[in-house]
Design a protein around this ligand. Structure first.
Ligand code: HEC
Ligand code: HEC
Length: 290
């Protein structure tokens, strides 16, 4: 009896210590995974100037839209120029709720309408990765927006109309692979930001999800549902998303070329197969009228 207590006590203490160790290990994000997730999320493109020697993630990329030009901000850990003073909670709030640490609303040119679907553990890993970047002192550039789109306060109404915050939850009608693909497309890959048509206020038309139409730059974007993509085999689709060459030997417009270079060509073979499985599972929707 006594010996059992003598052993049970240290074992209990050990379990407690181990428990806390495991918990703090999982509370700390994994920067290496975060680096992969940043590719899956295409963060680099919007947060790096288009100059050849531009510091990665230090901002300055111009994003032209019908509302004006947005400039991706510096998201390196520089304390003044970047987000070095942020806490992980600030980051999670920005990605999940589209709110700045001071409470102001972000413009949806930052695709938080998709990133809100990123699950907590992935947000933690992304944050851990961003902390490993070399801090850059590159100052942020003001957005150059047409009147009255430069105001942030009406965004609260916009968000009320068009923004549903919350992480992705798996869809029981889909296979595990298609669920992973749905997560990659809807959350990280934010494919719908270009491939889902928008109304005149820039809100995504959810009943026309991924049916193509006009992209954020006003140019035509194709339908990703089987109506159009059934013409391509899985192999052709995979080749396109890895090499950026269509079955006819064409190269896509630069908007998609960039997505292929930075995102889809960087996915693991399993993730790419999952993404294709999800596109195949979509309900076929008619093309947007021109
Ligand atoms: C399509 C372009 C685009 C992509 C892709 C993108 N961002 Fe951004 N991001 C923006 C824009 C534009 C803003 C500024 C929004 C504003 O000022 O309201 C922004 C703002 C931010 C901010 C807030 C910075 C600050 O100083 O307040 C963070 C953090 C951020 N993005 C992280 C990310 C991460 C992480 C990814 C990848 C998972 C990512 N972004 C992908 C365009 C993008
Ligand atoms: C920045 C806007 C943008 C984003 C984000 C984007 N695409 Fe595209 N995509 C385009 C444009 C524009 C084209 C048309 C290219 C052309 O025909 O020259 C295209 C074409 C395609 C095509 C070829 C379809 C066809 O029938 O020709 C596929 C497949 C595709 N995109 C998949 C994706 C996937 C998957 C994602 C998310 C990981 C994604 N796209 C994200 C803009 C985008």
């Amino acid at each position: 009896m006594l010996t059992r207590i003598r052993w049970a006590l240290p074992a209990g203490v050990l379990a407690l210590l181990l428990g806390t160790a495991i918990e703090s290990a999982s509370a700390q994000g994994d920067a290496k995974r975060g680096q992969y997730l940043a590719k899956a999320g295409g963060c680099l493109a919007c947060h790096t100037a288009e100059k050849k020697d531009a510091a990665p993630f230090a901002g300055g990329r111009a994003l032209k839209t019908p509302f004006g030009t947005f400039y991706g901000p510096n998201i390196t850990p520089h304390p003044q120029a970047g987000i070095g003073r942020w806490t992980e909670a600030d980051f999670v709030r920005a990605m999940r709720l589209g709110r700045r640490p001071d409470g102001a609303h972000y413009f949806p040119a930052f695709p938080y309408t998709s990133f809100t679907r990123i699950v907590d553990s992935d947000l933690r890993d992304l944050w851990a990765f961003l902390r490993t970047l070399p801090p850059s002192a590159r100052p942020n550039q003001e957005h150059d927006l047409h009147f009255p789109f430069g105001w942030r306060f009406p965004l609260v109404i916009w968000k009320w109309l068009f923004f549903t915050p919350g992480p992705y939850t798996s869809d029981t009608r889909l296979t595990p692979a298609a669920n992973r693909g749905a997560y990659l497309v809807q959350a990280l890959g934010h494919c719908g930001e270009c491939h889902t048509p928008r109304n005149f206020l820039g809100g995504a038309q959810q009943n026309r999800s991924l049916a193509g139409g006009k992209g954020p730059d006003g140019k035509r974007v194709p339908n990703l549902t089987p109506t159009r993509l059934k013409k391509w085999s899985d192999g052709e689709l995979k080749d396109f998303l890895v090499t950026g060459i269509t079955p006819d030997g064409d190269v896509p417009a630069e908007a998609m070329g960039e997505v292929i270079r930075n995102t889809t060509s960087q996915l693991t073979p399993e993730d790419l197969a999952a993404l294709i499985a999800y596109l195949r599972s979509l309900p076929p929707l008619a093309d947007e009228p021109r």
